[in-house]
Design a protein around this ligand. Structure first.
Ligand code: C2E
Ligand code: MG
Ligand code: MG
Ligand code: MG
Length: 278
């Protein structure tokens, strides 16, 4: 009886694994086609100043036209091939074009952050490409922010540090994304040239309650002690916002204010400029 169960389980896993492999190949195909057709696009999620309610900038989040595959899924698959480098470049161009378009329309200048996968360190000419693209659109680097994760430290450290220093020398700021989810050694915060930490949603969900705000309070104090701006991600509830405000958090990103928006809708937010919950 037990044996048969075991065998069924094995077959079940085997089928699941095959389905997953097929899925992976399928998604890779979709990604290649999306790159060819230029049908990857960006949504923009506002980042809101906790004290004033002012929109301080936007995070660009990649989507596939015609496919409801979530970025967590397609980015991971892209990272397992060389596709992430091409996607990274497509995202960079689109964000820079959007910045130029908002500038040309006369909107107040606000930075856009783009996500930079650690695997993009394989793209040796990315910096050259970045400089050229900024120049092509006559755009100052200070309107761009690059979000990295601490997994970038698993790449070759000297190269990574040099890359980050060069990014910064273009006036681009660097945010450390998903803070609190990885190995989170405090030490690296002292030698990576970051300007901002983004507190991951999982941490906010876990520690933002009235009984135990000390963890979040301490992280905010640590960030400020190191002269870093701190953003809280995935804020959905007014009480979370209230708590973060009391703790001195700088900016907030979350459905409470706004979901990631199409560029047109982001423009409406530009017109309003302020998002208020209370
Ligand atoms: P991330 O960079 O940490 O982005 C934040 C994610 O949280 C986004 O998911 C955003 O839509 C979601 N989010 C924001 N506020 C809330 C909220 O209040 N509640 C909930 N439940 N979710 C919220 P999204 O767009 O699905 O992206 C997921 C991840 O995929 C990103 O996490 C990032 O790691 C990756 N990703 C997205 N676009 C790109 C890209 O262009 N390049 C790279 N390398 N990665 C990307
Ligand atoms: Mg991000
Ligand atoms: Mg994040
Ligand atoms: Mg994330």
């Amino acid at each position: 009886h037990v044996k048969r169960n075991g065998k069924n389980n094995y077959m079940f896993y085997n089928q699941e694994m095959q389905k997953e492999l097929r899925n992976k190949a399928e998604i890779e195909g979709i990604l290649r086609k999306s790159l060819q057709d230029d049908s990857i696009y960006l949504l923009y999620q506002p980042q809101v100043n906790v004290k004033t309610g002012e929109v301080e900038g936007f995070e660009a989040l990649a989507r596939l036209k015609d496919h409801a595959i979530p970025p967590n899924v397609f980015i991971q698959i892209a990272e397992e091939s060389d596709l992430i480098c091409q996607i990274g470049r497509a995202v960079t161009i689109k964000a820079i074009q959007q910045l130029a378009s908002w500038r040309d329309k006369g909107y107040p200048r606000k930075p856009i952050s783009i996500n930079f996968s650690s695997k993009q360190m394989r793209d040796k000419d990315y910096l050259v490409f970045l400089v050229q693209t900024l120049k092509e659109y006559n755009l100052d680097g200070r309107y761009l922010e690059i979000e990295i994760t601490e997994s970038i430290l698993l790449e070759e450290t000297a190269l990574t540090l040099e890359f980050l220093e060069q990014v910064k020398s273009l006036g681009i700021s660097i945010a450390l994304d998903d803070f609190g989810t990885g190995f989170s050694s405090i030490n690296y915060l002292t030698y990576i040239p970051v300007d901002k930490v983004k507190l991951d949603k999982s941490l906010c969900d876990k520690f933002l309650n009235s009984d135990n705000t000390r963890v979040i309070d301490s992280i905010i104090a640590l960030a400020h002690g190191l002269n870093l701006v701190i953003t809280a991600e995935g804020i959905e509830e007014p009480w979370q916002y209230a708590q973060l405000k009391a703790s001195g958090c700088d900016t907030i990103q979350g459905y409470l204010f706004s979901k990631p928006l199409e560029a047109d809708s982001a423009e409406e937010i530009y017109d309003k400029n302020f998002l208020q919950v209370d």
